[in-house]
Write a protein that binds this ligand. Structure first.
Ligand code: GLU
Length: 476
């Protein structure tokens, strides 16, 4: 849209916050306190690599400490900067409040292109960055608990946890200083898939409400819905895989760094992922037609658009041409405040980031609780649960053996019913419950107040009121 200035990511978050705050009854002082970012720590440190000292710049920003620890990922990317981590930290505050994980919001970042370094170098860099944050309690199980984000994963989290253990040899809760760790290093089942799984649960919940589906000019279920996914990283890959293999959705386009792939009949997500792993991009992949101008596929006709990569990809430059009636923000901040307005005016329904991608922090919460309780979920009760189920099944079998009743158990029932839930099933159940409850709380505000016309403002209102309630209850 000509003439209009594109707000920065941080401005976008503020504009969205202000839109909600204007509809709330809060003192200006409290509103300001919740809006601002409490502190951002910048660190520059040197690491000797390939015979030379290289200096890196990293950040850890704490947006709100109304609950502690504060929580949020650490990203590795060249364009990381203070404004970005502050915007992301603010989103973490509201995300945690919305899904009721008992954390304040934080975020960290390191200016680095991780592809330029080998594993040993990345370990040296990560340990050094972690050292700087740990010694200032910016990584600590009771104060600040990082997690993976863009460019980081289980491997980096394991190095951070180990670095913390070396510096805090007697802290029995040390493993809870970071989440997203590998399973053998204190992680939890289902954390890697969690954000993508959360996107799936969010969409399932949306489609449970026909009135909401109608507002997006759609009907029916997820079955057969045509989706465009931007970014086949951890979040985009899992969301696309689960939606296509478990809900019957069709992934008609995948957009990556080097272009996009299009196939009206649906792409095989795993084959595309394997191709990218082998060739570094989607070009040449026989699964679909290659489109060199990847972002143009954001404008393709489809039912659901799933931006799962960077912030700001839907902006004033393309918002008016976006055809999807429903957008689910799997990434943080993929729609700028300007684009948000254009899309709202067009009637596009946007399932906002702070809800849509909250699956990651939700399962991080379970991991943190697991670390603090020093026991895997289900370990105590699983077999006892199975034994009690067995009692019932034995009794049913005894009764069904009685010919006069003339009924039998359905095939497979016994095995299914007898199996007590393991950690993965419990994690998925907890995540599903969280995503349903958070949607309900947004929905009540969306449909309950005339001035609230979109899910994003509803989400902000729910989150801000929870943060405000917490400040009011305990004082500042
Ligand atoms: N980096 C993820 C996010 O943006 C996960 C944060 C966490 O698990 O603490 O939500």
């Amino acid at each position: 849209m000509e003439g209009l200035r594109e707000p920065s990511f941080r401005d976008s978050v503020e504009i969205m916050f202000n839109r909600a705050a204007a509809l709330m009854d809060m003192s200006p002082g409290l509103e300001e306190k919740i809006r601002v970012c409490n502190a951002t720590y910048t660190v520059r440190f040197g690491v000797r690599l390939r015979g030379k000292i290289q200096t890196f710049t990293g950040y850890r920003s704490v947006h709100s400490e109304h609950m502690e620890p504060v929580k949020g990922g650490i990203r590795y990317a060249l364009n990381v900067n203070q404004n970005e981590v502050e915007a992301l930290a603010a989103l973490m505050t509201f995300k945690c409040a919305l899904v009721e994980t008992p954390f304040g919001g934080s975020k960290g970042g390191l200016c680095i292109d991780p592809r330029l370094y080998d594993e040993h170098e990345l370990e040296q860099i990560t340990r050094r960055f972690a050292y700087e944050l740990i010694k200032r309690d910016l990584i600590n199980p009771s104060q600040n608990v990082p997690a993976p984000d863009m460019g980081t994963g289980e491997r980096e989290m394991a190095w951070i946890a180990d670095q913390y253990a070396r510096m805090n040899t007697t802290d029995i809760n040390g493993r809870a200083c970071v989440t997203g760790k590998p399973l053998n290093g204190g992680g939890i089942q289902g954390r890697v898939e969690a954000t993508g799984r959360g996107v799936q649960y969010a969409l399932r919940e949306f489609f449970r409400h026909p009135e909401d589906v109608r507002i997006a000019n759609l009907s029916g279920t997820l079955d057969g819905k045509r989706c465009v996914v931007q970014g086949l990283g951890n979040v985009g890959y899992h969301a696309a895989k689960f939606l296509s293999s478990e809900d019957g959705a069709k992934i008609i386009a995948i957009i990556e760094r080097d272009g996009g792939l299009y196939n009206e009949n649906g792409l095989d997500v795993d084959r595309v992922r394997d191709w990218i792993a082998a060739h570094g991009g989607v070009q040449g992949c026989p699964e679909g037609t290659y489109v060199a101008d990847g972002p143009s596929l954001l404008e393709a006709a489809c039912d659901i658009l799933i931006p799962a990569a960077l912030e700001g990809v839907i902006n004033l430059g393309n918002a008016a041409r976006i055809k999807a009636p429903l957008i689910i923000e799997a990434a943080n901040g993929p729609v700028t405040a300007g684009a948000d307005e254009v899309l709202r005016n067009k009637g596009t329904v946007i399932i906002p980031d702070m809800y849509a991608n909250a699956g990651g922090v939700t399962v991080s919460y379970f991991e943190w609780v697991k670390n603090l309780s020093h026991i895997r979920f289900g370990r105590i009760q699983r077999r006892q649960e199975e034994a009690r189920h067995e009692l019932i099944v034995n009794e049913l079998e005894r009764l069904s053996a009685d010919r006069e009743l003339g009924w039998t158990l359905s095939p497979g029932f016994k095995e299914k019913y007898l199996r007590g839930a393991d950690e993965l099933e419990l994690v998925r159940s907890g995540l599903d419950d969280t995503m349903r409850a958070a949607y309900q709380s947004m929905r009540e505000v969306w449909h309950g107040r005339d001035e609230v016309t979109d899910l994003r403002v509803a989400a902000y209102i729910v989150s801000i009121s929870r943060v405000a309630a917490s400040y009011r209850a305990k004082g500042l």
